[in-house]
Design a protein around this ligand. Sequence first.
Ligand code: NAD
Length: 363
Amino acid sequence: MGRSIEQILEKENPKSVLLVCGKSFHHQELYKRLLGAIEGVGASITEFMDFTPNPKYESVVEGVEVFLANRCDFIIAAGGGSAMDVAKCIKLFWNMDKKENYLKQKITENKVPILAIPTTAGTGSEATQFAVIYYEGTKQSVSHKSCIPDYVVLEPSLLESLPAYQKKVTMLDALCHAIESYWSVHATDTSKQYAVEAIQKILRHRKGYLQNTEEGNRGMLQAANVAGCAINLTQTTAGHAMCYKLTTLYGLSHGHAAALCVQVLWPYMVTHGEDCVDPRGTAYLQTMFQGLSEAMGCKHVEEAIAKYRDLLKELSLPSPVLKEEKELTILKTSVNPVRLKNNPVKLSEDAIEGLYREILHLV
Ligand code: NAD
């Protein structure tokens, strides 16, 4: 971090740049500057925009074809988590066997650099080794250290065009990353420092960010990035494991669904310390929850949970509504057991159903 786009391109001196971006990026001032900088180093540019939010595997396959056809040697990802994850997968897959499914092949590291320019302050994908794509309707988390972007440019003005709902929910995604990382069984002193920094920055900058001030947008971009550094070390936990089906069943955005899950999960875990599965034990669990409360600027756990709830209420987001009873079965059987293992408190299927009932206001 710290280098300008021009300095990065001069240093890497690419011949053929693949720009993975959403259509909204064309309206940004930075887009023109980027084109100028690429021209300035004499490189050609190919744009790839053929993907949707929550990107599909097929889009990545297409992106790999475009990358190869244009002999690209540098990737720029300019967009939200979806654009960045498509770009990261193109980087990981372009040197694989085209006849086989990329998701089934071993990743062999390659040196194509990625420059990430996030246009949302939420996923922190620019700081993680993960890329989320959907294969046959199922979420796949691709993970490899070599897809952590080599360069990141955080430009606050990019957030000004985000619709209000997107602004709110991407901020919540970052907040949930930080909270879940803090309580993860994989949390370390370093990951907790990142998580605390992210929480404090989100609380400090949320008003300015929602009002689109430059300082607020800058602060939120930094917060989301640091929260990304935290989950890069710990991964997410039950909040994120539970949110995916809520997203597909009720059309909620990723961050919105994660925030609803964390809202019910947090008090549940605090009151079920006897089901602690963190090897550091129940005493650690209590100290950890106290530390998390202090990161939220609160003296007690209950105060921190209430502060989080109020923060969500302030955003006036719509609540999902159950249409048919069978949705509860779909929800409780959808949860990824690998992510649940990162959760410090064990969650039985009944407990998960109870939490979904709370989210859907059925209790
Ligand atoms: P997104 O990238 O899906 O974008 C949402 C919508 O906002 C899109 O229509 C996009 O074109 C538009 N948009 C983006 N920036 C804009 C701007 N500045 N102005 C106007 N419109 C803009 O949203 P997201 O929340 O950033 O990313 C969600 C994706 O990231 C999901 O697929 C999720 O699974 C993934 N994710 C990845 C990681 C990771 O570590 N790789 C972590 C969390 C989430």
